[in-house]
Design a protein around this ligand. Structure first.
Ligand code: PBG
Length: 323
């Protein structure tokens, strides 16, 4: 008699499959990235991310409340300013769009979800780089750190529970921790973009934030062929005081999510970025994929790879579906 081993027994009925499922996606695991644009009174659609918008201050508050009502665990805010300059002043200004939006959202949802802020300069600089430039036009790591420190304090003061340094400058976590502590914000956390690759999948995000970037980020974001330096970045961020660490993008880097999850003693997040969203939406719009199943499968895969938390533009929709 062959076969004597029959793994299919555990797949026979929906109840059996539900009973033995190892990985779950729950609303509380999800973080919704949100864009808020200065000077608009209506939400502005983002063509390359169907279903995602640049919010007005009002629509942001509403969407934040909806996400939290659906059980979403966190919100990550990005600002789209009206005015850009070489040093990204609008990011540091307490009246800058991101900071006022953080205050709005904090007033709206309080402590019912974890409010997070992108702590980076690219949304605010007229050259679109994640840092300030030196005379030669290169990104000046250490001069940038001073700006990040100021920005993190402004975001904490505006109401962020956690700041998310995403610029991949060396030393950013340590400098931000010191600045927050120095300003009395010892309870404000750092969700560090610890492992961030120079990815083509960021394409639609450039439209989402009206990015001014010419060129690329290859001198600061990691090179896709490399895995080992992810562990080095992880060790440094943990030493510098990261409360949680992130891998980004998610789907083309699931091996990295796994290795970070196996080596981190803090929660691990993965960011399912704009291009990952766009490609599923585009294929589904063509009738080439079953949209709802595909979305859940991508999130399940990211969780199975070891991510505790997943940033996804589908957070509210999926949370609603799961409850
Ligand atoms: C940088 C930042 C980027 C994203 C989040 N933070 C863009 C980049 O590094 O080029 C991308 C998010 C996405 O593509 O969904 N502040």
């Amino acid at each position: 008699m062959f076969p004597t081993q029959r793994p299919r027994r555990l797949r026979t009925t929906p109840a059996m499959r539900r009973l033995v499922a190892e990985t779950e996606v729950r609303p509380r695991n999800l973080i919704l990235p949100m864009f808020v644009r200065e000077g608009v009174t209506e939400p502005v659609p983002i063509a390359s991310m169907p279903g995602v918008v640049q919010h007005s201050r009002d629509s942001l508050r509403k969407a934040a409340a909806e996400a939290v009502a659906a059980g979403v665990g966190g919100l990550m805010l990005f600002g789209v300013p009206e005015h850009y300059d070489a040093v990204g002043s609008a990011g540091v200004d307490p009246d800058g769009v991101l900071n006022v939006a953080l205050a709005d959202v904090r007033a709206e949802v309080g402590d019912d979800a974890v409010i997070m802020s992108d702590c980076c300069l690219d949304e605010f600089t007229d050259h679109g780089h994640c840092g300030v430039l030196d005379e030669s036009g290169a990104v000046d790591n250490d001069a940038t750190l001073a700006v990040y420190a100021e920005m993190a304090v402004a975001q904490a003061e505006a109401g962020a529970h956690m700041v998310g340094p995403s610029g991949m400058m060396d030393g950013q976590v340590g400098v931000i921790r010191e600045a927050l502590d120095g300003a009395g914000h010892t309870d404000t956390g750092i969700l560090a973009y610890t492992v961030k690759y120079a990815s083509a999948f960021y394409g639609p995000f450039r439209e989402a934030v009206n990015s001014q970037l010419k060129g690329d980020r290859k001198t600061y974001q990691q090179d896709p062929p490399n895995a080992r330096e992810a562990l080095r970045e992880l060790a440094l961020d943990l030493e510098e005081g990261a409360d949680a660490v992130m891998v980004k993008p998610a789907m083309s880097y699931l091996d990295i999510v796994r290795v970070v999850a196996d080596n981190a003693d803090v929660p691990v997040a993965a960011y399912q970025i704009s291009g990952e969203y766009a490609m599923v939406e585009a294929a589904a719009a063509n009738g080439w994929l079953d949209r709802d199943r595909t979305i859940l499968e991508t999130l399940t895969g990211i969780r199975r790879a070891g991510a505790d938390l997943v940033l996804t533009y589908w957070a509210t929709e999926v949370a609603t579906r799961l409850t």
